[in-house]
Design a protein around this ligand. Structure first.
Ligand SMILES: [Ca+2]
Length: 146
């Protein structure tokens, strides 16, 4: 009888160990994506974010993209004078939204936050809709979802 119980006790120990260590084995998704300046929106990650999900975005500030005669970083650096995709944020800055119906938000060279809606993270240059044709260059962006 004693020999029968040992494997059962071992199984309980193994299951308990897996349950106790599971929180330490969280998946960390790090994706490096290309954001083309000429696209009005492009999907940045394959992961679908849910409301409240944390994520961060980082862009090396030595990278530049252009719109017409303007050249600058993901922070943009000039005020708006037209009907931009994200009113209130600097022109030609990096902006994002969660899902195609999500509210656009400013990212710049660094962003940390939580998803306000459900969907895939999409990124874009903050330009006037219909004025993306004269944009050149891409930004390489690192997206981390802990
Ligand atoms: Ca433009």
């Amino acid at each position: 009888m004693g020999r029968v119980r040992k494997p059962a006790a071992l199984a309980v120990f193994v299951v308990a160990t897996l349950v106790l260590t599971a929180p330490c084995m969280k998946t960390l998704l790090v994706e490096t994506v290309n954001v083309p300046s000429h696209a009005e929106w492009s999907a940045a990650t394959t992961a679908v974010l849910t409301p409240g999900a944390a994520f961060s975005i980082e862009v090396d500030s030595t990278q530049h993209w252009t719109s017409g005669s303007w050249t600058g970083t993901a922070d943009g650096d000039i005020p708006q004078w037209g009907d931009y995709t994200l009113p209130g944020a600097t022109a030609y800055s990096l902006i994002g939204r969660i899902g195609s119906d999500g509210e656009p938000f400013f990212i710049g060279t660094r962003y940390e936050g939580v998803a306000a809606s459900n969907g895939v993270l999409e990124l874009a240059m903050n330009d006037v809709p219909g004025e993306y044709r004269d944009n050149r260059g891409d930004l390489t962006v690192v997206v981390t979802i802990p």
